[in-house]
Design a binder for this molecule. Structure first.
Ligand code: PLP
Length: 455
């Protein structure tokens, strides 16, 4: 703690509200000030190098020193630093980025619509579901089904879609019309002896019951992250998406794939939808789209949805939606360069090459007394801690054991995130074997330290 009231440390406490932070604790303990980036590392104000094992918020896929992205942004800033896309305006990077995204989408898509964040992309998706159903004469088909423990954003609509209670509490959320179904986490939600396939079948049956109960004529869409990220890297049980999609198609319910984390290589394919055989009608993406060097997100829509938007535009005279900075030329230029780097460096191939080192290395910790489950795919993973391995007993939430573990890992020079009983990992996609080993030894040593702390 710095006593100097003019230090950045003290000035942060004095003036800055931190999202997703215990504000009282922040007043007492202050910020972790980060000064600069260096590959997959960041350097804090004391000069300590920290391996960023979360890629920031699952997003800095190319690390923190990619000069090609800096150059792309600078070139675009010099040429055309801002223009809007309202009322027919367009410009080179956004035209080409739209074509690229439509061309590479995990299912046939017709058009791309841009915003600045994953939350806005999901809000847009929700509005387009409503718009579509108005256009085809079924305006009552407006409820959205989401899953408990999903994370879809922080705005009023996307936080409503989110299935985490703390995102709703005292914010008067969720909005009416969002229905949450069971989280597909086999370890926590599966019954004793239930196989992954049986669990998936049970969840598909539950989904169908919910649809019948609510009335299929009132349900517009289902939204899902291919792998739940913030909720604890929940990998779907085998056959889950196959079964769930069959139910949704039977009831004419649109599928939104929230690819904000999974998109652009994280799961070992370009899209999480490819990893799990999801055939979405709408895709939302952000984060890895620009490797986090500029805020940009996109909502991709199928031809059927675009046709409905055209019809509404004919009827109402205008497509009345959009953000001042949607399709920002600098963001679009950075995103184009990011996609070029992914292609040239075969980022998906790289993820596939290095992911087994992370996944196998973590699974070798499964025998540790504190570890209940290790799960993950590609370069996203979680360790679920437990008080009692046999009974799969969670720790009391107030002990924040995964947070304590993340603190011990931080002291060893690696930044990871603990939420509830889950320690989450999501390093930059450019990470190399030796850097994965740094993470693995920090986690292993910190598990022992945490074991001594809980005992
Ligand atoms: N969707 C998913 C799956 C996310 O993980 C996030 C953010 O973490 C969002 C949406 C919201 O994105 P943003 O924070 O850019 O609004």
């Amino acid at each position: 703690m710095s006593a100097d009231l003019n230090s950045p440390f003290a000035r942060d406490i004095a003036h800055h509200i931190h999202p997703q932070t215990n504000l009282r604790r922040h007043e007492a303990e202050g910020p972790l000030l980060i000064e600069r980036g260096d590959g997959v590392y960041v350097v804090d104000a004391d000069g300590k190098r920290l391996l960023e094992g979360m890629a920031g918020l699952w997003c800095a896929s190319l690390g923190f020193s990619e000069t090609r992205l800096v150059d792309a942004a600078t070139r675009q800033m010099r040429r055309l630093p801002y223009m809007q896309t309202f009322a027919h305006r367009s410009f080179d990077p956004v035209v080409e980025l739209s074509a690229e995204l439509v061309g590479m989408a995990p299912a046939p898509m017709s058009k791309a619509l841009f915003a600045c964040s994953g939350s806005e992309a999901n809000d847009t998706a929700m509005k387009l579901v409503w718009y579509y159903h108005h256009a085809i004469g079924r305006p009552e088909k407006r409820k959205i089904i989401s899953r408990r423990r999903s994370y879809h954003g922080t705005t009023i609509a996307s936080a409503s879609l989110t299935g985490l209670a703390n995102m709703h509490q005292d914010f008067n959320l969720p909005l009416a019309g969002v229905v949450h179904v069971t989280c597909p986490h086999h370890y926590r939600e599966g019954l004793a002896g239930e196989t992954e396939e049986d669990f998936a079948a049970r969840l598909a049956a539950e989904l169908e019951e919910v649809i019948e109960r609510e009335g299929p004529e009132t349900i517009g869409a289902f939204i899902a992250e291919p792998v739940m990220g913030t909720g604890g890297v929940v990998v779907p049980p085998r056959t889950y998406f196959e079964r769930v999609q069959a139910v949704l198609r039977r009831h004419d319910i649109l599928i939104i794939a929230d690819e904000v984390i999974c998109g652009f290589g994280r799961t070992g394919n370009m899209w999480g939808s490819q990893t799990y055989g999801i055939k979405p009608d709408i895709v939302t993406c952000a984060k890895g789209l620009s490797a986090a060097y500029f805020p940009i997100s996109a909502t991709l829509v199928s031809q059927a949805i675009y046709d409905a938007m055209l019809a509404e535009s004919d009827k109402l005279g205008n497509f009345s939606h959009g953000f001042t900075y949607g399709g920002h030329p600098v963001g679009a230029a950075v995103a184009r360069e990011t996609l070029a780097i992914y292609r040239e460096r075969d980022i998906v191939g790289h993820v596939r090459r290095v992911a087994p080192r992370l996944q196998d290395g973590l699974r070798r910790l499964s025998d540790h007394r504190l570890v209940g489950e290790v799960r993950g795919v590609g370069l996203m993973a979680a360790i679920e801690l437990t008080m009692d391995k046999a009974a799969r007993k969670p720790f009391p939430a107030e002990r924040k054991v995964a947070g304590h573990l993340a603190g011990a890992i931080h002291r060893r020079g690696v930044l990871l995130r603990g939420l509830g009983d889950a320690l989450m990992l999501s390093p930059p996609l450019i990470i190399e074997d030796a850097e994965i080993d740094v993470i693995l030894s920090a986690v292993a040593e910190s598990l022992d330290e945490t074991q001594a702390w809980v005992a």
